[in-house]
Write a protein that binds this ligand. Sequence first.
Ligand code: KG4
Ligand code: ZN
Length: 344
Amino acid sequence: MIVLGIETSCDETAAAIVTGDRAVLSDLVLSQLEIHRPFGGVVPEIAARAHLEHLDSLIGRAVTAAGVGFHDLDAIAATAGPGLIGGLIVGVTMAKAIACVHDLPFIAVNHLEGHALSANLAEIVSFPYLLLLVSGGHCQLLIVEDVGRYRRLGGTLDDAIGEAFDKTAKLLGLSYPGGPAVERAAARGDVGRFTLPRPMVGRPGCDFSFSGLKTAVARAVETLPAGPLADRDVADLAAGFQAAAADVVDDRTANAIAAFKRSHPSGESLVVAGGVAANQVLRTRLKALAARNDLRFIAPPPRLCTDNAAMIAWVGIERLRRGLVDGMDFAARPRWPLESMGAP
Ligand code: KG4
Ligand code: ZN
């Protein structure tokens, strides 16, 4: 089985070709970072135009790099939501067009399902597992019972954790995107200098909150001398923020593990996915937490954690295996909660 995956839901134009035995034959990601950098965030209209401009040739390159032809493909899978509607329409329309021309099935993929199943591309992960999905747009804890069967335990009440990293980076004058920049700065910082709040820690349940932490960083910046921040201040604040964010994630995930063990005693793994899962401090904390609870800790390699099309192609494979293909009338959805997916 060979599937072409297309991803255009945010600011990465991506195309990949993956086989049923988990071989990633090609995996191309064209980042729009430089285009959006002057604006300090993704501009939806500009993103959609950039996807439109590059997707066609990127798919051509992905097919060539995989050493296959369109006639070798078994299906075309594209992210159909959630995300920025302009980009989603570009990817879905392209996928449908290729599917029509080559008489192939079209599969509309939920981007979050892509992240949820991405670990399976790196290794075999048995269902059910507990998933912590941490990205720029999402922050939630879910039980993955099977392909298409997700039970949400909790999520953020305000900002996603990646958003908090990005906003903190902006406050500290660090480059966009903020996550990697904050992590680099934090490595040189003193965690103990700034005491920042840990929203929700100690409370029951699995919800998150990050807006108070971000505001606390802003207040701390105001106490420092006006003008550009000193390197030391940036590093110490980044370290303080990252430690607080890690404490929040650790605490909420511990509650989720307890709930998971009660409802699914046979579950064996904690999987972390999404762009923020690239953070090494967070990974180390979660690994220790999983070990304390006798769970396997699985984190896909960073390339699979951030947005990519290999994970979309993989969902395509899993859905095609179950006969779950979509009609040409399937419309892109800016909002598409994972737990609303119909069970296969
Ligand atoms: O999954 P992703 O590529 O896109 C979304 O679907 O949101 O995640 C991007 C997010 C951004 O907020 C970025 O700052 C964050 O992931 N991120 C990180 C790191 N690398 C990326 N956050 C913390 N530490 C990192 N090393
Ligand atoms: Zn994503």
